[in-house]
Design a protein around this ligand. Structure first.
Ligand code: ZN
Length: 196
């Protein structure tokens, strides 16, 4: 879909699309053609779940921003990387994508990834004080990418949970394993933390 077709679908003037989204008038392709930006890594018209890319904005740090139309008709701005790693799949208002694709929400590893982030980042989480509150962090590679986490850890085997080998270390590839509760209890006998 072109920006003009999108504007027609939304029944607004094409020039108002960008104004409405409070973005500048230079697309990533314009910037690329002028030699002031790298070639955008995603393409116009490319589809990511329920979103179709209709415009791409230049970026300073390599994270371009895509303007998309959702299947429900709403516009959505998203970091390209979030489209690519599947963390954004719809506009967020229609429930079509529920934020993540079904294959991910059905993945046991996905629940572990979410729980890990909750423990470390959400200070309203009941277990936060044992994790984020103690300075335990989620590594940069995992914090915004479930795909990276899945690639490094694989799918969670039945009956096992995410364990840090060094209980005072961070959530990062070389300090994590899937372990049974018995192994974990042995490993963390000196502390009172709980794992999920
Ligand atoms: Zn939508």
């Amino acid at each position: 879909m072109t920006p003009i077709e999108a504007a027609n679908k939304l029944n607004i003037h094409p020039s108002t699309i960008r104004q409405r989204m409070k973005i500048n008038n230079c697309t990533a392709l314009d910037a690329y053609n002028m030699g002031i930006s790298k070639r955008p890594k995603i393409k116009f018209g490319q589809k990511f779940s329920h979103l179709e890319v209709i415009d791409i904005l230049p970026s300073i740090n390599g994270n371009s921003i895509a303007l998309c139309v959702c299947e429900c008709g709403r516009l959505k701005q998203s970091l390209s990387m979030c489209l690519k790693d599947g963390s954004v799949t719809c506009c967020g208002n229609c429930g079509l994508g529920r934020g993540f694709s079904h294959s991910k929400t059905n993945s046991p590893s996905y629940i572990s990834w979410l729980s890990m982030k909750q423990r470390c980042l959400n200070n309203n989480n009941p277990n936060w004080r044992y994790y984020g509150g103690r300075g335990i962090k989620v590594c940069d590679r995992w914090i915004n990418s479930f795909n990276n986490f899945l690639n490094d850890m694989g799918e969670r085997p039945k009956g096992l949970t995410l364990d840090r080998i060094n209980p005072n270390g961070h959530y990062e590839p070389n300090n994590c394993r899937w372990a049974s509760r018995a192994v974990q209890a042995n490993n963390t006998r000196r502390s009172s933390q709980t794992h999920q």
